[in-house]
Ligand binder design. Structure first.
Ligand code: NAI
Length: 278
């Protein structure tokens, strides 16, 4: 019960990583206020998760919605201690030589401005509590090309840097800011990005699970609870001296190419050297 007496605000909690984090934080004693555009799922969660959970419709691209979410959380529970700026989607998939300015702006509003405004409008409440912890969802895309669209990847790199700069700004108020960088986690984000229906979503998730497990050293797909556990570390007192940094939770995806860890896969030298020089 690491979060007894604490209030956590979580965005994007109707699905995937956010949902896994809602469940863990409730199990650990927090009051959770969750914002999402998926009102059907949010309302269903309100009906089933009990009095420590509150859902409010919130489109994180809209500053007024983000502010209203923080105001409601403080009003309903007496203050805010933990903020998980997590809502997101794959966004426009166009390459850099084709993307429109409007699509670019949308991706930045969804993935970067949302986080900045989440920090901006929760900070006054965290200050009132004498400090707190903010966790932002970045990605393996923050570091490398090839895992997501160009606008998404650029935005996730910005989330990483925003977390560091905000950590420096807010340290004087005992507010810590860190980023979490998931690898391939089995959620609906990939299917949602291409507009798949329910059946296609299940198929995509099954294939993704297998593909991720064979692409990374830890041979299983990531699940939302893998990320929730890392968020809980950043949110808890165990990380009291940790700010302005990030945690990769990717099953080793960024460790290197397959040849660097899979004995069945020839390394680069094996591939290019003639047999007598191997
Ligand atoms: P998901 O699709 O399962 O959940 C995303 C949630 O965000 C949904 O409930 C959706 O309704 C909500 N959302 C989307 N746009 C919103 C908006 N404008 N306002 C409020 N809520 C909105 O996806 P997942 O995977 O749980 O994604 C959560 C975060 O993790 C995102 O920021 C994503 O970019 C990030 N991420 C996910 C990875 C993965 O492999 N699943 C890898 C790296 C990062």
């Amino acid at each position: 019960m690491r979060f007894n007496g604490k209030t956590a605000v979580i965005t994007g909690g109707s699905s995937g990583i956010g949902r896994g984090t809602v469940d863990l934080f409730l199990r650990e004693g927090a009051k959770v206020v969750m914002g999402d555009i998926d009102t059907d799922e949010g309302s269903a969660m309100m009906a089933s998760l009990g009095d420590d959970f509150h859902f409010q419709k919130c489109d994180v691209t809209q500053e007024d919605d983000v502010k209203a979410l923080m105001d409601t959380a403080a009003e309903k529970t007496g203050g805010i201690d933990i903020v998980f700026n997590n809502a997101g989607a794959g966004g426009p998939r166009d390459s850099i030589d084709e993307i429109s300015g409007d699509d670019w702006d949308f991706a930045m509003a969804l993935l970067v401005k949302s986080v900045a405004m989440g920090i901006r409008h929760s900070a006054p409440y965290l200050k009132q509590r004498g400090g707190g912890s903010i966790i932002n969802t970045a990605s393996v895309c923050s570091f490398q090309a090839g895992f997501g669209p160009v606008a998404y990847s650029t935005a996730k790199a910005a989330v990483l840097h925003l977390s560091k700069v905000a950590a420096a700004d807010l340290a004087q108020h005992k507010i810590r800011v860190n980023a979490i960088c998931p690898g391939f986690i089995q959620t609906n984000i990939f299917a949602a990005t291409v507009g798949a229906n329910r059946e296609e979503t299940n198929q995509i998730n099954a294939v993704l699970g297998q593909a991720a497990a064979s692409a990374q050293p830890v041979a299983r797909p990531g699940i939302p609870d893998d990320i929730a556990q890392a968020v809980a570390y950043f949110a808890s007192d165990a990380s009291g001296f940790v700010t302005g940094t990030h945690l990769l939770v990717d099953g080793g995806l960024l460790v290197g190419n397959r040849g660097s860890w899979d004995p069945e896969e020839p390394g680069i030298l094996d591939a290019i050297l003639p047999d007598h020089l191997k």
